[in-house]
Ligand binder design. Structure first.
Ligand code: RIB
Length: 305
């Protein structure tokens, strides 16, 4: 039985409007359909990892409000250990407003609320769980100092770290040097390196820069063109699975959650990327963040086709 996966990050409630097209600044577009779904990059990754077969401990902060209650109920349904999901009565739970267009593309605005009050002290409270983890998975919707504290603790206990640098922000080399696998999408890879990442060649160049800053391995996700995997001895493109997109929201989160599970089971990184790509492809065919995360059986059936 693999050791637990510790996911540290944000939890949001997503307010989704599906529209023919995303409004330009100053424009009003009618005809949308509204729904809500559980979201937040950290929570999406935790749920995706749990459904993909991982034993997940989630470290997060939510408000003492109904959105926080709903989030906790959802984590319990997915069997996630929520001992380190802290409640905060001084600020609201995080929310996101998401527009999804007819091609499944989105734009997202986030009011972080309690997510930005997750402190290094909260991470220290979870140190024993981190020390026992097979892998720690993080994103950037919580304070950077908290991310740094978590990576320091994981590194001190020799626990591998996957950092999904989303949304992108500049990162200190001291942090990158402790990251085992960095998983930007093309936009994030571009923002981190100054290279416009549009294809395999530019992705390889960006990955090389990130590796020269100390990251052990880089996986750049390029949407329906697949993923560029750059490790110490090789770089390879792993193709994406072709699906009819409904909503790309959380595809990257599902990819990261499934990746962590497969790696924690001792599979190769190439195999883990393939598994994660299948999980992400399934998620793109469904509306909403956490509702779109597939279960292990579905991923295996998809891969078997
Ligand atoms: O990655 C998708 C997520 O980003 C959404 O669920 C939203 O909450 C934002 O955090």
């Amino acid at each position: 039985m693999p050791r637990p996966i510790v996911v540290i990050g944000s939890s949001n409630t997503d307010m989704i409007v599906q529209l023919d097209r995303i409004p330009a600044p100053g424009e009003t577009v009618l005809g949308g359909r509204f729904s809500t779904a559980a979201g937040g990059k950290g929570a999406n990754q935790a749920v995706a990892a749990a459904r993909a077969g991982g034993q997940v401990v989630f470290v997060a902060r939510v408000g003492s409000d109904s959105f926080g209650n709903q989030a906790l109920a959802g984590f319990a349904t997915d069997g996630i250990d929520t001992r380190f999901v802290f409640r905060d009565s001084s600020v609201a739970s995080g929310i996101a407003c998401i527009f999804v267009d007819r091609n499944g593309q989105n734009s997202i605005a986030v009011a972080s609320g309690a997510n930005m009050r997750l402190t290094p002290g909260d991470i220290a409270a979870a140190e024993d769980a981190i020390a026992q983890a097979s892998v720690v998975l993080l994103q950037l919707e919580i304070p950077l100092e908290t991310v740094v504290a978590a990576v320091d603790i994981a590194s001190a206990h020799r626990v591998p770290v996957i950092l999904n640098p989303a949304p992108a922000q500049s990162l200190p080399d001291g942090l990158l040097a402790k990251v085992s696998i960095l998983t930007p999408n093309e936009i994030e890879a571009g923002m981190l390196t100054g290279i416009s990442v549009t294809d395999e060649i530019s992705a390889k160049a960006a990955a090389q820069i990130l590796r020269s800053r100390g990251v052990a391995a880089v996986i750049i996700t390029l949407g329906d063109r697949g993923s560029l995997l750059s490790g110490c001895d090789h770089a390879a493109m792993i193709p994406a699975f072709k699906v009819k997109p409904v909503d790309a929201t959380a595809a990257g989160d599902v990819f990261n959650g499934a990746l962590a599970v497969r790696l924690s089971e001792g599979h190769s990184i190439e195999d883990a990327v393939q598994f994660a790509s299948a999980a992400a492809a399934i998620s793109v065919t469904r509306l909403g963040a956490q509702p779109s995360a597939p279960r292990r059986k579905e991923i295996e059936e998809f891969l078997g086709k």
